[in-house]
Design a protein around this ligand. Sequence first.
Ligand code: DX5
Ligand code: ZN
Length: 214
Amino acid sequence: MVKVAPSVLSANFAELKKDLDSIRDAGADWIHYDVMDGHFVPNISFGYSILNDVSQVSDLYLDVHLMISHPRQYVKEFINAHASLITFHIEAMENEEETRELIQMIRQHHVDVGMSIKPQTPVSEIEKYLKDVDLVLVMSVEPGFGGQSFQTGAVDKIQELSKLKEKYDFLVEVDGGINEQTGLLCKEAGVDILVAGSYIFNAENRKKAIDSLK
Ligand code: DX5
Ligand code: ZN
């Protein structure tokens, strides 16, 4: 069965603990944690110190999505703040050597490694890393903001990655504009994890929203 990872970008930060409890009780599998630096994306969200606080009050798997330039500079801080998975963007990397070093750095600390591609980046850009990562995150919106509309090009990429899963061992996650309908398209294409922010947090009944994605 597909896993659902609510994105806390859409949570109310003045009542974060309440929101974390509510999505756990509603059946969330993972917590998706969107880090934005105002440079790699035109928005600023939150960093490792809040992640550390979240880790103290939640037992769920912490899926950290770094939308930042120079991820290597900050990755240790997120490891220390108890990230379960650290996903970085291939578009933020200078070259292959730097990319391989970053994968190594995360692995050494027994944290799972993910690689993400923006809507304009083809799967072929990351193919050579697939045997070394635990997860590929397909962006179905331009990273930066919650509440945008799903871009259907993501479905083809999920399909392409699903075929590659026969050869390598990794999970496929999709992020952006996920609701019952777009989630279904992704599931049919073979996705493993659905990230959803506004669809879950704005729902009157969060359990129903999460159930409708599974
Ligand atoms: C977008 C973030 C997403 C976002 C998803 O840059 O990576 O995780 O919060 O939000 P929705 O589900 O509202 O599109
Ligand atoms: Zn995200």
